[in-house]
Design a protein around this ligand. Structure first.
Ligand SMILES: [Zn+2]
Length: 307
């Protein structure tokens, strides 16, 4: 058997024209991308955040060491993003690159952690009081400030390296394998004052038909590992998310190399773990067919995908 390994990584400069989500004006509802699947949605009064993952430990530490939240990186990132309070932190699933910092971010900002039972174990292990942990069932709608969050159970993109639920509190430092996947959520965020809505699909997987009957103006799609899946998988993913909710703009997340700090210039994951070029090729075709813009978000920037 011959194994062909593609070296290097996709060059983001090829996609420079995709980084054109409109910038938000003062006072507008905005979305700020903070790496991997961390998104900050705020209107000036209320704010919610997915994941809140800022520690981004180096690859060698994830493989050989035990992980614990890097409080300095977390504080620096929250400071740079201008976050003083949050109404909710929603880990899209409980792998370390999503959920590991969620308890610290919630403690710092006064937020509740909203997720499934696995997320509640991370929040408890991270010292968040029980009255700030919300355990959701698929289909539940939870209020957070001016937002309504509808939690729909989805699926993780294969391969899921640490599948299954977390069954006991995770107290850091912990091995990477302690951060099992738990529930993989599709979250519909609805901003009640404006009626604007978005789908945040953290991982490139789906439960067939799960989003039928849901609506969202824009879709933020996690594409981690998607580029290694066959073309028809990508098509299916698009149908079960973008087409299911009728989104009129698509913004891709979870493509950056999260083994280095957020303060370094973002670069794509290496071909060994993903292939953003393949993702952009196929999703680019689907976006053209459907007549919807396909964008990449700009780190730190307040953007208005609804404009
Ligand atoms: Zn994952």
């Amino acid at each position: 058997m011959r194994v062909r390994l593609k070296l290097g990584r996709p060059d983001l400069a090829r996609y420079s024209d995709r980084f054109d989500v409109p910038e938000a004006r003062d006072g507008e509802l905005s979305v700020t991308f903070l790496g991997v699947a961390t998104l900050l949605v705020r209107d000036g009064q209320s704010s919610v955040m997915t994941d809140g993952f800022f520690s981004r430990p180096a690859l060698r530490d994830t493989v050989f060491g035990r992980l614990k939240p890097d409080e300095r990186r977390i504080d620096d990132a929250l400071g740079q993003a201008g976050v003083d309070g949050l109404d909710a932190v929603i880990p899209v699933h409980t792998h370390y690159d999503h959920a590991m910092d969620s308890a610290v971010v919630a403690r710092r900002t006064g937020a509740a952690v909203i997720g499934g039972p696995s997320a509640s174990h991370i929040a408890q292990g991270g010292g968040l009081p029980d009255d700030r942990i919300v355990v959701a069932e698929s289909g539940d709608t939870v209020r957070a400030g001016a937002f309504e969050l509808t939690m729909v159970r989805g699926a993780h993109c294969p391969p899921d390296r640490w599948p299954g639920p977390i069954e006991a509190p995770v107290v850091p430092p912990a091995r990477i394998s302690a951060y099992r996947c738990g529930d993989a959520w599709s979250v519909i965020v609805r901003h009640l004052p404006s009626g604007k809505s978005m789908l945040i699909n953290g991982s490139a997987g789906w439960v067939p038909g799960a989003l039928a009957g849901q609506a969202a103006d824009v879709a933020y799609l996690g594409v981690g590992q998607l580029g290694l899946r066959p073309t028809d998988y990508m098509t299916h993913y698009w149908s079960e998310t973008v087409r299911a909710v009728g989104a009129r703009r698509v913004v891709l997340i979870h493509w950056d190399d999260f083994f280095r700090p957020i303060t370094d210039p973002l670069r794509a994951l290496p071909y060994a773990g993903d292939d953003l070029d393949a993702t952009m090729r196929r999703l680019g075709e689907l976006a053209r067919e459907d007549g919807v813009p396909l964008n990449l978000p700009t780190l730190w920037r307040r953007e208005n995908p609804w404009r």
